[in-house]
Design a protein around this ligand. Structure first.
Ligand code: ARG
Length: 477
């Protein structure tokens, strides 16, 4: 047991209490962010003359050294300490003596942990955005290759109208694109530095909060110290965005599972992304897609958990907030894992063009177009709908498609039909006539693909300055 606050206590902490209270087993995950925050804090204290030049230089060098040793694995983060903050401070004191004891001047663990979690989340946003960008690139490749791969479009999981694989994939492109926009938006809104909020009421030291914020790549300091230590909105927003990513991945997984089934055979999942059965030798199961669908639950769980933890917390810091970490970390890791695996599965998946087209041909996906033919020949839409309904019934009874009927059979139901009906209800026509922007017709689709390419060519992350490099290299003032 090693803690920072023994002074006013006369008894040892109960062992169980200590364990219940400690967070090092999970907050060690942001050791890097904790030390980066400390370097910025020390540099600011030095600039303000609160630490001497020598103390500042020594502290910065020692923190960098600890960081390097932890990264190389030569210094182990000991679970003897209550949290990562105590661990770093203890090692500093061990190495620098009294100078080490000055690290925490003008700072509380409340603003420290608020900073650490924010820095960690910000890094996570960038990594997840990268993975989203990769899945988008993969989807775009499929779109480019399949502008004329016809397949049934569904409503109620019943065949509705023919579309193309490019069009179907384009829907997911839009979803993941919105996910990225949400991340960029959250990043901007959260990018204010809480360090300097102190325990809750700031501090009496003359801190330069603008300088600390700048060193850490923030747009500026947060403007209320009570809010600074107790705001976890950004994390709730991020978990909500991650939940939406998972919802999209889960819908996509569900479709891959259906498409990969024996009945559909629209796709074949690569052996590397399938698993077998211990008893049924014929099985090739879509486990990855199923797991992604299944893991959606735990990400939603993290969001609901944090919303519930925060509900009813009085200002400012409360220990409840320590509960913001474990499930959030789990959700962040889960989403990154799912995105990477799903992209791999997608890039190796084979699309069975013929199966898709054959499926689009039956199931009356051209019934709307047959009705539109009649409308174009002067029949009111409601009557046309009724006539085609009769045709469908006629076909169902005989087990044939509209295209299989003879002109005589069609004319017997409505004399309006002429030879050109067959061209009008061919699958190619049904798709290619749909040329409104956002529709599956090849020409419309190509325009959209160009727009999506232009979108992908811009990356909001590139505009962010490399603050980590600047922080580590900048002179001690
Ligand atoms: N482990 C704590 C947390 O995650 C750090 C802040 C501790 N502050 C305090 N007043 N006990 O929230």
């Amino acid at each position: 047991m090693a803690q920072l606050w023994g002074g006013r206590f006369t008894k040892e902490t109960d062992q169980l209490v200590y364990q219940f209270n400690a967070s090092i087993s999970f907050d060690k995950k942001f050791y890097r962010q904790d030390m980066e925050g400390s370097i910025a804090h020390v540099k600011m204290l030095g600039k303000q003359g609160i630490l001497t030049q020598q103390e500042t230089t020594d502290l910065v060098a020692a923190i960098k050294e600890i960081l390097q040793e932890v990264e190389e694995g030569t210094l182990e983060i000991s679970h003897e300490y209550e949290d990562i903050h105590s661990f770093v401070e203890a090692v500093l004191i061990e190495r620098l003596g009294d100078t080490g004891k000055k690290l925490h001047t003008g700072r509380s663990r409340n603003d420290q942990v608020a900073l650490d979690m924010r820095l960690y989340t910000r890094k996570e946003i960038l990594e997840t955005d990268q993975l989203l960008e990769e899945i988008l690139k993969e989807i775009l490749i499929i779109m480019e290759h399949h502008t004329d791969t016809y397949m049934p479009g569904f409503t109620h999981l019943q065949k509705a109208q023919p579309v193309t694989l490019a069009h179907h994939m384009g829907a997911y492109f839009e979803m993941f694109k919105r996910d990225r926009l949400r991340l960029a938006d959250i990043y901007q809104r959260m990018n204010y530095c809480p360090l300097g909020s102190g325990a809750l009421a700031g501090t009496t030291y003359d801190l330069d909060r603008y300088y600390t914020a700048e060193l850490l790549g923030f747009a500026g300091p947060s403007l209320n110290s009570m809010d600074g230590v107790s705001d976890r909105d950004y994390l709730i927003e991020y978990l909500s965005a991650l939940s939406t990513v998972m919802m999209h991945l889960s819908r996509f997984s569900e479709e891959v599972i259906i498409w990969n089934s024996n009945e559909y055979q629209f796709v074949e999942i690569d052996d590397a992304y399938s698993t077998g059965s211990s008893i049924m030798p014929q099985k090739k199961n879509p486990d990855i897609a199923e797991l992604v669908r299944g893991k959606t639950g735990r990400v939603y769980g993290a969001l609901i958990s944090l919303l519930t933890t925060m509900k009813g917390l009085p200002l400012a810091y409360n220990k409840d907030m320590q509960e913001d970490k474990e499930l959030a970390f789990d959700a962040m890791d889960t989403v990154k894992g799912c995105l990477a695996l799903f992209t791999g599965m997608l890039s190796t998946m084979k699309f069975q063009k013929q199966r898709m087209e054959a499926s689009a041909k039956n199931g009356f996906t051209n019934a709307t177009d047959a009705a539109d033919y009649l409308v174009n020949h002067g029949v009111p839409f409601r009557d046309a709908h009724g006539i085609v309904g009769q045709i469908v019934l006629y076909c169902v009874e005989r087990g044939i498609a509209i295209d299989d009927m003879s002109l005589e059979e069609l004319k017997a139901i409505s004399p309006v039909f002429e030879e050109d009906i067959f061209e009008s209800v061919s699958m190619k026509t049904c798709v290619e006539k749909r040329l409104t922007l956002g529709a599956p017709g090849t020409e419309a689709m190509k325009k959209v693909i160009e727009l999506e390419k232009a979108y992908l060519s811009k990356d909001w992350k590139k505009e962010l300055v490399d603050w980590e490099h600047a922080l580590m290299e900048s002179e001690v003032k």
